[in-house]
Design a protein around this ligand. Structure first.
Ligand code: PEP
Ligand code: MN
Length: 266
């Protein structure tokens, strides 16, 4: 019942190169802060991530915050700063769309458009994002079944856009005391059976705690993920969102070294 396209890699054009996800492509690494906080912050971080070997810079301009009183993102300004970081570093950009009204502006800077967990079943947004034609990163809703997630992806595919990457970011179970979500690594073998679409795993939002990110990233590689998304902030204690789960650039660099070893082993 999934009318997914032909088995193939999703290839994303970035300023310096084409980056392939899935099938036989090497592991793709996406890293960056939860929110784009200033031009200097995103530029400095981007250069460090590039030096560590990441191919994509992530960072939110429009943030889906639980409280309306929390930092909502720097919006258009943040998009301009991301465009500068893209130009200066050559990294691909991944940033989230929350509202179709922002779609054109986001598509001008993003190489991959992110649909967040909270919008996974926003079907009108999915149709519009699908019609835009840019590669899409579709995060799993925090309470979405695999079936619901794949049908949400189907909305984008049905709009004529075959370039969808599925991102597991942790689901809600019954324990919020020690981890933010439950990291469902089992989606990797399950999705391999059900769909040709490439897979990304996000241990940062899944665990909510920086000290658990490295082991879960390595576990995701061992289980065969095509790519990883990891939150990195120059000063996690001062982050405007998701500080507790963010690695420092130095921690990310060390993790990348471990990830390369793990990737060679699988
Ligand atoms: C994010 O990537 O910063 C984010 C808000 O993720 P999610 O939609 O998975 O909560
Ligand atoms: Mn975040």
């Amino acid at each position: 019942e999934f009318r997914h396209g032909e088995y193939s890699e999703v290839v994303v054009s970035t300023p310096n190169s084409e980056v392939a996800f899935g099938k036989n492509a090497p592991l793709v690494n996406v890293a960056g802060p939860c929110s784009v906080e200033s031009e200097q912050m995103i530029l400095d971080t981007a250069f460090q991530l590039k030096a560590a070997g990441a191919q994509f810079l992530r960072g939110g301009a429009y943030k889906p915050r639980t409280s309306p009183y929390d930092f909502q993102g720097h919006a258009e300004l943040a998009l301009e700063w991301l465009a500068t970081a893209r130009q200066e570093t050559g990294l691909g950009i991944i940033t989230e769309v929350m509202d179709a009204a922002e779609l054109n502006a986001i598509a001008e800077v993003a190489d991959v458009i992110q649909v967040g967990a909270r919008n996974m079943q926003n079907f009108s947004l999915l149709k519009k994002v699908g019609a835009k034609g840019k590669p899409v990163l579709l995060k799993r809703g925090m309470s979405a079944t695999i079936q619901e997630w794949l049908m949400a992806a189907e909305y984008i595919l049905a709009a004529g856009n075959p370039n969808v990457i599925l991102c597991e970011r942790g689901i809600r179970t019954f324990d919020k005391q020690y981890t933010r979500n439950t990291f469902d690594i089992s989606v990797i073998p399950v999705l391999r059976e059900l769909t040709h679409l490439p897979i990304m795993l996000d241990p940062s939002h899944a665990t909510g705690k920086s000290q658990y990110v490295a082991s879960m990233a390595l576990a995701a590689i061992a289980a065969g993920t095509d790519s990883l998304m990891i939150e990195v902030h120059p000063n996690p204690a001062k982050a405007l969102s998701d500080g507790p789960q963010s690695l420092t650039p130095e921690q990310f660099y060390l993790l990348m070294e471990e990830m390369k070893v793990m990737a060679m082993a699988v």
